[in-house]
Design a protein around this ligand. Structure first.
Ligand code: UDX
Length: 441
């Protein structure tokens, strides 16, 4: 089997590389010649654990290549995956499909023989039909089927998610296209991965419904965390107590500063828009979007409270800027709301992130970027733990205390145990968990 992957962003690069690992011949295509040059020189433009080694071994094996020449790649392919960006359109929150449709036109002009055109990008319901219409318009003689095959990759564990998925969803009613997709995912049949064949529209909706459900689950536990704080309950134990019920499940019940990233904010908003336009509004999701946006903004208040109501002239150490660990991605990260609010309140911010600082510099220009967590904490009045990178999980607390002006920590990811922090002499607040009173210890 031979495929082309159009777009070497996060999804395209990971999916293309993983298909080549499955034994498929893959050509990754991008218009950005510099990016293709870098990839051909073995440089990986994104941070994703394990990806560089996997790219290198498959390139060496001759199964993976990179090019700017879409026509040549598509002409030789049994299937062409569209994995270009679908950013939120400014103003109306809809997914911007111009890149998808432009790719469809180019693919149409280049295809030879029967070709399966697969949408891998997250696209609103109905996009697959429109892609088919565009291809037919461009090339009335073309022999093709359009398939929806959404990705469920999490940044930081994308390779594992591709290689050992909970399920694969394939939207097409064409037996011929189904057979091509079956061949591509042949390896997964060996590990008995459920492969779900649906109609095109159903598959498109599954992707949005999955992400929206997860975003709702997070938002639910975040609100329960707020309630825990009022009534003196512990959200960690509440999450465990409900999550052990298999009907609820334990995952995605970790309270925090609000969800961010390249998918949840964009997909929840796009689904809200689609549902409103179709006259079947998703009121739960509308509320989730609203709560999450407000939550991210409100997090700075917690830092203010920890500093007795004023940040004027104070220094805040911020540990972690990316929207989650093991990525360099800053898209819709809670830090983009929290850090400017701290600066606005008069604070000087000293930040450190293991991978995100290059990207952060352009987005958060008014802060000092530090060499490591301890450098960030030097002379600070308070430390805010914003992203749960492993290296922040085992800080040397004695060293931290010696560097900080005052031993105050606001832990927005519940990384530390309140009792331990109090015992270590910290004034400590976290999300939805009571902190023991040191005078009662
Ligand atoms: C998500 C989906 O998980 C994936 O299936 C889809 O393909 C793309 O979007 P990703 O954005 O990489 O993946 O990250 P994920 O691990 O899902 O986290 C998203 C956000 O939710 C992060 O900001 C994270 O910190 C937050 N989160 C997650 C919580 O606050 N609590 C949780 O319990 C889980």
């Amino acid at each position: 089997m031979r495929i082309s992957m159009i777009g070497t962003g996060y999804v395209g690069l990971v999916s293309g590389t993983c298909f080549s690992e499955f034994g498929v011949d893959v050509t990754c295509v991008d218009k950005d010649a510099r990016k293709i040059d870098r990839l051909n020189n073995g440089e990986i433009p994104i941070f994703e654990p394990g990806l560089d080694a996997l790219v290198a071994s498959n390139v060496a094996a001759g199964r993976l290549s990179f090019t700017t020449d879409l026509s040549e790649a598509v002409a030789a392919s049994d299937a062409v995956f569209i994995a270009v960006g679908t950013p939120s359109r400014r103003g109306d929150g809809h997914a911007d499909l111009s890149y998808v449709y432009a790719a469809a036109r180019e693919i149409a002009r280049a295809m030879t023989g029967y070709t399966v055109v697969v949408t891998k990008s997250t696209v609103p319901v109905g996009t697959g039909r429109e892609v088919a219409r565009i291809i037919r318009e461009e090339r009335p003689d073309a022999d093709f089927d359009v398939v929806s095959n959404p990705e469920f990759l999490r940044e930081g564990s994308a390779i594992q998610d591709f290689m050992r998925p909970d399920r694969v969803v394939i939207g097409t009613s064409s037996p011929r296209a189904q057979e091509v997709m079956r061949q591509l995912y042949r390896v997964l049949y060996l590990i008995e991965t459920p492969i779900l064949f649906t109609e095109l529209e159903t598959s498109e909706l599954i992707k949005y419904a999955a992400n929206t459900f997860l975003a709702t689950k997070i938002t639910f536990i975040n609100e329960i965390a707020d309630l825990c704080e009022k009534v003196g309950a512990n959200v960690h134990d509440v999450a465990r107590g409900i999550g052990l019920d298999n009907r609820i499940g334990r995952k995605f019940l970790h309270a925090g500063p609000g969800y961010g990233g390249s998918c949840f904010p964009k997909d929840t908003l796009a689904l809200v828009k689609t549902a409103q336009e179709e006259g079947a509004p998703l009121r739960i999701v509308e509320t989730v979007v609203d709560i999450n946006a407000k939550r991210k903004k409100a997090m700075a208040t917690r830092v203010l409270d920890a500093c007795d109501g004023s940040l004027e002239g104070k220094t805040v150490a911020v540990l972690g800027l990316t929207f989650k660990p093991n990525t360099d991605d800053m898209r819709d990260s809670p830090s983009l709301d929290i850090v400017p609010a701290l600066v606005e309140a008069g604070a000087t911010v000293r930040a450190f992130d293991p991978e995100g600082m290059d990207e952060a510099r352009g987005l958060l220009p008014d802060i000092t970027y530090c060499d490591d967590a301890y450098d960030a904490m030097t002379g600070a009045d308070v430390v805010v733990l914003l992203t749960e990178w492993n290296e922040f999980r085992a800080l040397n607390l004695e060293r931290a205390k010696a560097l900080l002006k005052a031993p105050v920590m606001v832990d927005l990811r519940n990384v530390y145990t309140p009792a331990d922090m109090v015992a270590a002499g910290f004034r400590y607040t976290s999300i939805g968990r009571p902190t023991p009173d040191p005078s009662e210890g």
